[in-house]
Design a protein around this ligand. Structure first.
Ligand code: ATP
Length: 354
């Protein structure tokens, strides 16, 4: 049983709290990505699961087994680090086989089979006999992944394995990691600050900020229904718009709304809130449409694949909008925006209301 249970864990370094009273359960056989900005505590949490750091308070359990006080070697976890430790005098196949040699229950033939399987899954068959120094950074990291996975430990931890891999090799490495982790039944905790990587690999993402878990859910839920303004802003490229809105007499008004919206019952009768809507959830037209509001196209940038990112201003409020193809007006021209109704979410004090 390889469920990981983080039970009320706090980690302090002197007076600084890196992980704060955290409760989270990583399900057996799932891939969980720890995602968040630099310094939010991702690596500290991962190192505590590995036994490389110990909690100041709280418990860590693998299934029913309390491992809080156990050293790393007694936990049976595989690890992939940013800078893999490799043996340059050994071949790729020998590097992958090395930890398997410690498992006395494996025959040499079984070991060879596992190594061959790993080379196959990683698409590295032709590199089995190569030396580590002959590989590019992406393939070197693939060997580290193969070595960690081939052991078949219940849990494998990844600490930003693609950070030091050159851009061209990165995608191929991520693809290989995805293939490997989809095939294995191991429980995986994967630290990254790269949202695309997390979205690509995770069954669930634990979004972290300031030593806390902000939201733990499927990637699509994190993207479509962020619980916090931070989550809406952090995920997406660029993140969600938070448009100032006012509530009065049971109605919500905002520059992005052609007609006021009925306020849900749980809202205060008056006050300032925000409307959360992603740039890709707003349609832009050159003529008025049902439910459209008129603004000025303030600027535009070409994104990739002909998608444009624009800024539309409504007096002192700016809204980011993504368009497929060139925007329908020049900079300074008038455009008409229609936010997708079902996508509008309300926030107050940084948290989602409805
Ligand atoms: P990054 O993406 O930059 O690695 P992270 O989310 O992994 O960030 P951690 O490395 O877990 O963050 O660090 C969380 C905080 O704890 C940081 O402010 C860091 O400076 C602090 N910290 C981590 N390890 C130590 C340590 N050994 N001593 C003192 N402070 C530490």
């Amino acid at each position: 049983m390889a469920e990981i249970n983080i039970d009320g864990v706090t980690k302090r370094f002197g007076t600084f709290t890196a992980v704060q009273d955290m409760d989270i359960r990583f399900a057996d056989g799932e891939v969980a990505c720890l995602l968040g900005p630099s310094g939010c505590g991702k690596t500290t949490l991962m190192r505590m699961i590995a036994g490389l750091e110990h909690p100041t308070s709280g418990r860590i359990l693998f299934g029913d087994r309390d491992v809080t006080a156990l050293p790393t070697h007694a936990r049976n976890v595989g690890m992939v680090f940013q800078y893999p430790v490799m043996y340059p005098t050994l071949s790729v196949a020998e590097n992958i086989a090395l930890p398997l040699k410690q498992d006395r229950s494996l025959s040499a033939a079984e070991r060879d089979l596992r190594v061959a399987e790993m080379l196959d899954v990683l698409d590295m068959r032709e590199h089995g006999g190569s030396f580590i120094d002959e590989l590019d950074s992406g393939n070197r990291q693939k060997v580290a992944v193969g070595r960690a996975i081939a052991r078949r430990s219940d849990i494998v931890l990844f600490d930003e394995p693609t950070t030091n891999v050159e851009v061209n090799a990165k995608l191929q490495l991520i693809r290989a990691i995805k293939t490997v982790i989809q095939r294995t039944r191991q429980t995986i905790v994967y630290v990254t600050h790269d949202q695309t990587e997390a979205m690509t690999l995770a069954d669930r993402i634990a979004l972290m900020y300031g030593g806390k878990i902000i939201q733990y859910d499927r990637p699509d839920v994190l993207y479509n229904q962020p619980l916090t303004e931070f989550g809406g802003w952090f995920l997406g490229n660029p993140g969600m718009n938070f448009v100032p809105a006012t509530v009065a007499n049971g109605q919500i008004s905002a520059p992005i709304l052609a007609e006021p919206l009925p306020a849900p019952a749980n809202l205060p009768s008056q006050g300032a809130i925000k409307i959360g809507i992603r740039p890709e959830w707003i349609a832009m037209h050159d003529t008025p449409q049902p439910g459209s509001v008129e603004g000025t196209l303030a600027d535009q940038t070409v994104g990739i694949a002909g998608r444009y990112l624009t800024r539309v201003s409504f007096g002192d409020v700016d809204v980011k909008v993504k368009t497929d193809g060139r925007p329908p007006a020049p900079i300074g021209g008038r455009v008409h925006l229609v936010p997708r109704r079902g996508r509008i979410t309300l926030y107050a004090d940084g948290n989602r209301l409805a």
